[in-house]
Design a protein around this ligand. Structure first.
Ligand SMILES: [Ca+2]
Ligand SMILES: [Ca+2]
Length: 495
């Protein structure tokens, strides 16, 4: 005779097992967001799918994180209500290297799309770094270089669009990309090599000739400011003196004394105007310091005088130099130009890698530029033939700050000129690609400028109108919130 307790116990075990089976068969995932953890997306692994409540002006959304080989980490946020039916991808800056999904503001910011109702994504570009100027990940790693160079955006877009379809049960009707700096380069890469990925692309301050810029131009900046004994020449605290002199001479050339220089190419202020007359002093420049500035304002050239990177540092960008070019006064830390140039040359620029022993001060302007050709094929987005992008109805909105000392603006003007030459002239190009040059604006507007608390520039609504209603943008507004509470604004016409 069976023991009744034992029978009861067995029945309970059976019931529990049945429950567990049901639980295993029905993912604890009746809601469509957490169900995405099971989504079958080729070439991607979904690592989390979580409903996130609204916080501030960021709407409630389904947050999906995942990886794409070899090591792209991406995040996709899909609004749970009032989806606008479209997809948005944000780029990243410098060498990227983190999943910066909560980046504030407009530039390279996922939430900028999410707030407007887009399903919005971004990625770390395929590696982890300790900062955006950390290039060590690229040592002997061509896979990571390809992901950063051209692959992470198109792959994240493909995977994200699959997830959007799975979540909403219909595909995104439109796709947009917006990025600045490296993000701008990514936007041009998409237009040139993956023309079907996006209907509309914002490419701000695009580091499109990445090898020319970050190897040649940044080495030029560092070497011009290095004395024979290795010390820095330009006294960091003297930069405001230069900024003031340039503005006094050139602000009014555009007809408005408003602290903005509309076209720095018209400014012919010469550093020698600040030369010390007698003893070296805080309010004048030594001959050596004038030599630094003369080199900074001119294009990077090789020994035989050939231009290796065009334009030079624009007049009017001086207020932004401490962060990018000259170093912060009172600190010994190298400028970002030196950090970017150093790690790029050590780990990203050459095949094989030059390695940790390479000094940006040893870059040779005759011998080394040709050695960049191999990696230029991976990183550079310089092809002016945008036929396929135009044919698919794509619209490209380019912008660049006239006062960008890091990604100097001339290369973008040259590129836009090449696009016009290739795509049937200025009028024909303006049908699908326009360039806006923003007076007084720093690299991606990261620093707002003297006497300003913030600078606001958001070209996304204009791009939407262009893509969706064929209303091409003729004029865009830049607005500054000034420290004294006033607002300064400028209407910027397309080139
Ligand atoms: Ca490498
Ligand atoms: Ca002015």
């Amino acid at each position: 005779m069976p023991d009744p307790n034992c029978a009861l116990f067995a029945a309970r075990i059976a019931a529990l097992a049945a429950l567990l089976l049901v639980a295993a068969a029905t993912p604890a995932t009746a809601d469509p967001c957490s169900a995405l953890i099971e989504a079958d997306v080729p070439g991607a692994k979904i690592t989390s799918a979580t409903a996130v409540a609204a916080v501030g002006d960021v709407p409630a959304h389904c947050r999906v994180q995942g990886t794409i080989p070899q090591a792209i980490h991406f995040e996709l946020r899909m609004p749970v209500a009032d989806w606008n039916g479209k997809f948005y991808m944000a780029g990243c800056g410098g060498f990227c290297g983190s999943l910066d999904a909560d980046r504030p503001g407009v530039v390279n910011a996922l939430n900028h799309g999410l707030r407007r109702g887009y399903a919005s994504a971004t990625s770390d570009s395929g590696h982890s770094g300790t900062s955006v100027s950390d290039g060590r990940w690229a040592l002997d790693d061509p896979g990571a270089e390809a992901d950063w160079g051209w692959r992470s955006v198109t792959e994240t877009t493909r995977v994200s669009r699959d997830l959007v379809r799975a979540f909403y049960r219909k595909p995104a009707a439109r796709s947009y990309f917006a990025g600045c700096s490296t993000g701008g380069r990514m936007g041009l890469m998409a237009a040139q090599r993956f023309p079907h990925d996006f209907d509309g692309i914002i490419a701000g301050a695009p580091a499109l000739d990445y090898t020319g810029l970050v190897a040649t131009q940044l080495a030029w900046i560092v070497q011009a400011n290095t004395a024979a004994d290795g010390s820095e020449i330009l006294e960091r605290a003297k930069v405001p003196l230069v900024a003031k002199a340039v503005l006094e001479t050139c602000d009014g050339l555009d007809g408005q004394r408003d602290g903005l220089i509309d076209d720095p190419r018209r400014c012919d202020w010469k550093p020698a105007q600040l030369q010390c007359k007698g003893a070296t002093a805080a309010d004048c420049l030594t001959a050596q310091e004038i030599g630094v500035l003369d080199h900074w304002y001119m294009p990077a050239t090789s020994g035989d005088g050939r231009i290796q990177y065009p334009g030079g540092v624009p007049k009017g960008s001086e207020p932004y130099w401490p962060v990018w070019l000259s170093g912060i006064p009172g600190s010994n830390a190298p400028s970002l130009a030196e950090r970017f140039g150093t790690d790029f040359l050590r780990y990203m620029a050459f095949v094989p890698d030059a390695g940790a022993g390479f000094d940006v001060r040893k870059y040779d302007f005759d011998r080394d530029p040709p050695r960049l050709a191999t990696m230029a094929r991976i990183y550079d987005a310089t092809n002016p033939d945008l036929t396929a992008f135009r044919e698919r109805g794509g619209k490209l909105l380019l912008f660049h700050g006239w006062a960008d000392p890091l990604v100097t603006p001339q290369r973008t003007l040259d590129y836009y000129g090449a696009v016009r030459a290739t795509m049937g002239g200025a009028e024909s190009t303006a049908q699908f690609a326009r360039l806006f040059m923003l007076p007084g604006v720093d690299h991606c507007g990261i620093q707002p400028g003297p006497a300003a608390k913030s600078v606001d520039f958001d070209p996304l609504p204009a791009l939407e109108a262009w893509v969706e209603r064929n209303e091409a943008p003729d004029v865009l507004q830049v607005r500054w919130q000034m420290n004294d509470g006033s607002v300064r604004s400028r209407a910027v016409k397309a080139q």
